[in-house]
Design a protein around this ligand. Structure first.
Ligand code: C2E
Ligand code: MG
Ligand code: MG
Length: 709
């Protein structure tokens, strides 16, 4: 609260130097200034002090300036408070617009000179003061009316007797004759956590240390709930100056408190799942780091969790189902953790868990396992049964992290490692991973040069007719011959290339190279193997893809019927009609289309018949689990049957065992590839294979001796 006529300004800035500078400047100009070093503190001070003007930095940790504006605007009792956003660096117009939309009254961008700042402040403060005066005269009437709403009390300090008005009692749910006249009737209802503060405030005032009693505290209602009240009072002294009586009022401020708490809650929780958000998580993590620094035997751990294939669920079943999945995952995470732990959602499908007071690292691993088991149960979402898994990265406090960001980054790196190792698993961070992460980053830069330096290679894996045992073609698989790291497999760089957009360049190069090589083989031998080329969704959806394919075929003179393009289910789900027309145009050129890794995505079977595809490739995960007569034979059988009912051919990926071959042959699966026949070969080895099977009859590798390739 302020003295009349004095203009109060709250300054929020996370940079201590700037904060200090601004406070000095404003105090010199005659204002009463409060300072806050972040948005959260600023909101608390604003609720307490009701400044006429808030000057806030735009970029601050936890609650930033724009968020702060929104919170101030939403607060019913801060409606006359004006806000001025200042930015420490030059920012784009959109953030100014965002600030104004959030309720800021003005915006000042760096570099700002003190004179301009003071001029703006003066203008805004004047406006606020005018509105406050207007509001005050309106409020006088409102207050008079509300006075009737407040409860009154009058305490005889000599006899200890207290008079409570009927309204005072009714506010707490009691009738006139149900509350006695002892001070216990009051103090006995004060929340145990607030009672000490109330006693102290009263003592301070009676002792003459404060002008009046004023305290917000909770009171127990008859129904057992606690409600926020504001108690105000003043002591009445006798001729000798001794405190004789104390009298005052009690106002119900529960609604205002509820709104304040709600606003604070919203700033620190994720709106969709209700879990703590990144700001709150980082805050708690910071406290844990502090605690572990002070107490040697206090340990904590962070689990970083990322859902596997969340994007596929979102793309194929829609955002509503995706949202429900996130909510349901949140509930399960809460059920897997203890009350003192913090589970937070810090991004799209990214969750973090802070495990406090860890006695034994094995407990952390057990929690990670429990989470995985818990998430493996099917989700029933709007009538869809969805399965998901998560990759978990774990960082333990024993490694002595300086800052919360460091431990989060470590857990994140471990999560990526878990993902790379095949999803649905967890991984503990170790120092070697740090250097892995660095080299991962290096891949991104190296890859830019790899194309120019012609470091990419193509290997060819034979595709075999299961009926005749003859190789009918090859799948082109890209490799990267790195000058220092040796041969790098697609698993390590395709996803990076997809993120950076390099993938189209790589895919087009592979397409041209594979077509050129295959056409050369056609020219030399009587056999005419086909060639399958993988295309990422990004490459496939390029507007000029059909034209590019046509050009390559023309240039290399490869017969279009010998080219097959492999796409994945995610492509089909992106935009049905345009994908359909793309596939139709490619088919019109004579090119075949394979649906790769079938069974791992969420493509809707009811759409499948709409696309003029050529074949389904059954994902290796189904083949590898085929044991004679086992459950996975049934899945493979279902996919083969599905393919045939859509007039498509079936190709099995990753055949490694003789018995898998026997089963697949008996299911009527037409083609297969896998280590049982041959690993991917370089062009010379592939050539030897074609030459070496003049009768075009191809035998499994153990007899042909090609296994070492
Ligand atoms: P994919 O298209 O499903 O290719 C099959 C993968 O399975 C290949 O891995 C192949 O080496 C491997 N494989 C084949 N038979 C067996 C077997 O019997 N056992 C086992 N364990 N593995 C087998 P690779 O070459 O590492 O490629 C991985 C993935 O990278 C490919 O999966 C494909 O999605 C992608 N990829 C490869 N080349 C390209 C490319 O030029 N462009 C794009 N966009 N993606 C590519
Ligand atoms: Mg493939
Ligand atoms: Mg595949």
């Amino acid at each position: 609260m302020t003295n009349e006529g004095e203009i109060t300004i709250l300054v929020a800035d996370d940079n201590p130097d700037r904060l200090e500078l601004m406070c000095v400047l404003l105090r010199k100009a005659g204002y009463q200034v409060f300072a806050a070093s972040d948005g959260r503190e600023a909101f608390e001070v604003a609720c307490r002090e009701r400044p006429l003007l808030v000057i806030s930095d735009v970029m601050m940790p936890h609650v930033d300036g724009i968020q702060l504006c929104r919170m101030l605007r939403a607060h019913p009792e801060l409606s006359i408070t004006r806000t001025l956003l200042v930015s420490a660096m030059r920012v784009d117009d959109s953030s100014a617009v965002e600030g104004l939309e959030a309720g800021a009254d003005d915006y000042l961008e760096a570099p700002y000179d003190p004179m301009r700042l003071i001029a703006k402040v003066a203008r805004l403060a004047e406006r606020a003061r005018f509105e406050a005066a207007l509001r005050e005269s309106e409020e006088r009437y409102a207050l008079a009316a509300q006075g009737a709403n407040d409860g009154l009390w009058d305490w005889n300090l000599r006899t200890g007797e207290v008079y409570f008005s009927a309204r005072w009692k009714a506010m707490l749910g009691w009738a006139e004759d149900e509350v006695g006249a002892s001070v216990e009737e009051w103090f006995g209802r004060v929340h145990p956590e607030d009672v000490e503060a109330l006693r102290e405030s009263i003592h301070a005032h009676v002792a003459g240390h404060s002008a009046h009693l004023e305290l917000e505290h909770r009171m127990r209602h008859r129904d057992g709930t606690y409600r926020w009240m504001l108690s105000r009072g003043i002591v009445v002294r006798d001729a000798e100056g001794r405190a004789a009586r104390m009298a005052g009022s009690q106002s119900d401020i529960n609604e205002r408190k509820r709104i304040e708490e709600q606003l604070l809650h919203d700033a620190f929780h994720d709106a969709l799942t209700g879990l703590p958000n990144r700001a709150l998580f980082t805050d708690r993590l910071g406290q844990a780091v502090e605690r572990s620094r002070r107490h040697e035997d206090y340990h904590f751990a962070v689990i970083f969790l990322d859902l596997d294939r969340f994007k596929t669920v979102n793309d194929s079943l829609g955002h509503t189902v995706g949202d429900h999945l996130l909510i349901e995952v949140s509930r399960r995470l809460e059920s897997c953790t203890r009350g003192e732990d913090t589970a937070a959602r810090i991004g799209g499908d990214e969750f973090t868990i802070l495990l406090e007071d860890v006695k034994d690292p094995a407990d952390v691993l057990r929690t990670a396992e429990r989470i995985q088991v818990c998430l493996a149960r099917p989700f029933d979402l709007c009538g869809h049964e969805v399965f998901t898994s998560a990759s978990l990265g774990i960082a333990l406090s024993a490694s002595h992290y300086e800052r919360p960001e460091d431990i989060l980054r470590a857990a994140n790196t471990a999560m990526h490692k878990a993902k790379a190792l095949g999803k649905g698993r967890h991984q503990v961070f170790d120092a070697a991973m740090h250097s892995d992460a660095v080299s991962f980053l290096r891949i991104e830069t190296d890859m830019q040069r790899a194309a120019e330096r012609e470091e990419f290679r193509v290997q060819y894996q034979p595709i075999i007719s299961l009926e005749t045992g003859r190789a009918i073609g090859f799948e082109a698989l890209v490799r990267w011959q790195h000058p220092e790291r040796g041969l790098i497999y697609p698993k390590e760089f395709i996803s990076v290339a997809e993120e950076t957009g390099m993938i189209s360049r790589i895919d087009r190069w592979v397409l041209r190279e594979a077509c050129r090589q295959t056409a050369r083989w056609h020219g030399c031998w009587s056999q005419r193997p086909s060639i399958s080329v993988n295309l990422s969704a990004k490459s496939f959806l390029q507007p000029d893809l059909v034209e590019y394919v046509r050009q390559v075929l023309e240039e290399t003179r490869l017969s279009p019927g010998c080219l097959k393009l492999e796409i994945t289910e995610s492509v089909l789900m992106s935009d049905i009609s345009s994908v359909n027309s793309l596939i139709t145009r490619l088919r019109a050129l004579g090119v075949g289309l394979y649906l790769d890794d079938f069974g791992t995505g969420y493509s809707s079977l009811s759409y499948l018949h709409r696309f003029p595809l050529t074949a389904l490739k059954i994902d290796r995960s189904f083949i590898s689990r085929i044991a004679l007569g086992g459950e996975h034979v049934e899945i493979a059988r279902a996919i083969v049957t599905l393919a045939h009912s859509l007039s498509l051919e079936a190709i099995s990926e990753g055949i490694e065992e003789e018995e898998q071959l026997v089963e697949l042959r008996s299911l009527g699966c037409e083609y297969g590839q896998g280590h049982l026949f041959a690993k991917p070969l370089d062009s010379a080895q592939a050539e030897a294979l074609i030459k070496g099977s003049p009768g075009a009859s191809f035998v499994p590798r153990r007899e042909a001796g090609l296994g070492a390739a």
